[in-house]
Design a protein around this ligand. Structure first.
Ligand code: HEM
Length: 142
């Protein structure tokens, strides 16, 4: 698959013109030549990062989810030293500048409750009520 073609950073650096513009975002090598004119932020910012790792610039803008998903569309490979991990590419060996791995801002809370929680909620009041009636029964005046 094309998205797993491995490129070195010097190889990526050879594609830095308006007619042939590649950049790296989070270990992914992107060919954004056709996207230059479409980029809502303008082509100049992309050309400034052409042939380079633009992860920091990409993050700093705070691109939307749409923008993040578009990254996949332009992927032509990965940077040497990165490996796929659940659809994210993480650095496995020092290449040049370390690229920060993007982390999710969400904390997923496990709302599942223990299996017997519901049962206990039912049994404890039942036992309390049963104890009360036993007590009343045993202490009743005949
Ligand atoms: C393939 C990589 C990129 C894609 C797919 C992309 C996509 C987009 C999209 C869809 C927007 C519209 C706003 C949004 O949805 O977030 C946007 C805005 C923008 N992008 Fe990118 N972008 C890329 C790379 C970059 C890079 C490397 C830079 C900076 C060096 C950059 C700078 C900007 C700026 C300045 C805006 C305008 C933000 C604003 O007007 O508030 N983008 N980009």
């Amino acid at each position: 698959m094309a998205e797993h073609t491995v490129f070195t950073l010097p190889q990526v650096a050879q594609h830095k013109s308006k007619n042939d513009c590649w950049l790296v975002i989070h270990g992914r090598v992107l060919n954004v030549t056709k996207f230059l004119e479409e980029h809502p932020g303008g082509e100049d910012v992309l050309l400034e990062s052409a042939g380079k790792d633009a992860s920091k610039e990409f993050n700093d803008i705070g691109h939307s989810k749409t923008a993040k998903n578009l990254v996949f569309k332009y992927q032509v490979g990965v940077v040497q030293g990165y490996t796929s991990n659940n659809n994210e590419y993480v650095q496995v060996a020092a290449t040049e500048e370390p690229i920060k791995r993007e982390t999710s801002a969400f904390v997923i809370r496990d709302e599942r409750r223990p299996k017997y929680d519901g049962l206990l909620e039912f049994i404890v009041p039942l036992l309390a009520a049963a104890s009360y009636f036993c007590y009343r029964y045993l202490t009743r005046s005949s």
